[in-house]
Design a protein around this ligand. Structure first.
Ligand SMILES: Cc1cc2nc3c(=O)[nH]c(=O)nc-3n(C[C@H](O)[C@H](O)[C@H](O)COP(=O)(O)OP(=O)(O)OC[C@H]3O[C@@H](n4cnc5c(N)ncnc54)[C@H](O)[C@@H]3O)c2cc1C
Length: 298
């Protein structure tokens, strides 16, 4: 017979400090809830059982987007819609804004948060490749300490992160890009809206002050490995070269060679490898176009 559990607790504090105190008391006996768009689906699918909930919805300090000196700080409770429409994010981190606009549907984007996307740690999480390509850092806080770690160090497997039970993700920190930085974001899925990605790619390229020589490049893919995958070897092939000298086909081939995706319901290994090459070439072409237009107007 079904018995109602009367010891169930629901907290919705207004301050981060209160939330951390509650977390330190309950640790694995409590679930943090942000927008609930991942968590409640998993709950109703009975992927876990929990009696206690810590809802972050009332904590205003987690909802800010601000520029502080040479970095942008995005609170973990900022929604995908806010990321999509923020003029500062569109200006400095355009491909993060585009990735947010590709998530789910308007309803999901209005509720789902950047913090939830990160901590859920799906290999297909749409914000993750752009965050890694932009060299984001995550601020993790507990009642005892505050730690800042590089985004790529956070993910250790599908739905697995280094976050401890007494910690919450409070902020995403992005260094403001230098002048002459270009980006491209590509999401491939079976249809345009409400679709989990078959494969994604974020590419960020920074030129020197004369807008000629590549100073830095990062490419990160989603849905091709247990965690978002940065292809670090690409840097050697791009840094120090003029954009016009790049062999797009060779760079696409390199991305294809460096990934070992699995077959799943959204696509086969071979399909993902072929598409990885094509979308790397497309991303380079997109940057090439933006670069030519930029050089012409300077
Ligand atoms: C119909 C539908 C379509 C979707 N489409 C997409 C899509 O296209 N692309 C995509 O990437 N995702 C998609 N999602 C997944 C989901 O919407 C996103 O991952 C969203 O960003 C999750 O955020 P949330 O605030 O709802 O997280 P929640 O569900 O509230 O939480 C997710 C996880 O993160 C933890 N958590 C949340 N915030 C914090 C924090 N600050 N500190 C510590 N732990 C925290 C929770 O405990 C939980 O484990 C979709 C979901 C649905 C239901």
């Amino acid at each position: 017979m079904y018995q109602k559990n009367i010891s169930c607790q629901y907290f919705a504090p207004q301050k981060i400090e209160e939330a951390l105190e509650i977390l330190s008391r309950y640790e694995i006996e409590i679930k943090i809830i942000a927008g609930g768009t991942d968590l409640l689906v998993q709950y109703y699918d009975r992927l876990y059982e929990i009696d206690n909930w810590l809802d972050l919805k009332n904590i205003k300090d987690l909802k800010n987007i601000r520029i502080n000196k040479n970095q942008m700080e995005i609170g973990a409770m900022v929604t995908h819609t806010q990321i999509e429409i923020s003029e500062d994010i569109q200006k400095y981190f355009p491909i993060l804004s585009q990735a947010a606009s590709d998530i789910g549907s308007p309803q999901i984007r209005n509720r789902g948060t950047i913090g939830g996307n990160i901590v859920n740690a799906s290999p297909a999480g749409d914000l993750l490749p752009s965050l890694i390509a932009y060299k984001a850092q995550f601020k993790l806080v507990s009642s005892r300490e505050e730690t800042i770690i590089p985004a790529e160090a956070f993910f250790i497997g599908p739905k697995k992160t280094i976050l401890r039970a007494d910690q919450l993700l409070s902020e995403i920190i992005l260094p403001l890009p230098e002048k002459n930085t270009y980006g491209s974001w590509i999401k491939i899925g079976k249809r345009k809206a409400l679709i989990i990605a078959t494969i994604t790619l974020a590419l960020v390229v920074r030129m020197d002050k004369d807008n000629e020589i590549i100073q830095n490049a990062s490419v990160c893919l989603g849905s091709v490995a247990p965690t978002p995958l940065e292809i670090k070897e690409i840097k050697e092939k791009m840094i120090g070269k003029k954009f016009k000298q790049l062999d797009f086909n060779q760079l696409g081939g390199m991305v294809e060679d460096k990934i070992s995706p699995i077959d799943d319901i959204r696509g086969t290994r071979e399909y993902r490898k072929d598409v990885a090459k094509e979308i790397m070439i497309n991303a380079l072409e997109e940057i090439d176009l933006a670069y030519i237009q930029h050089v012409e107007v300077v």
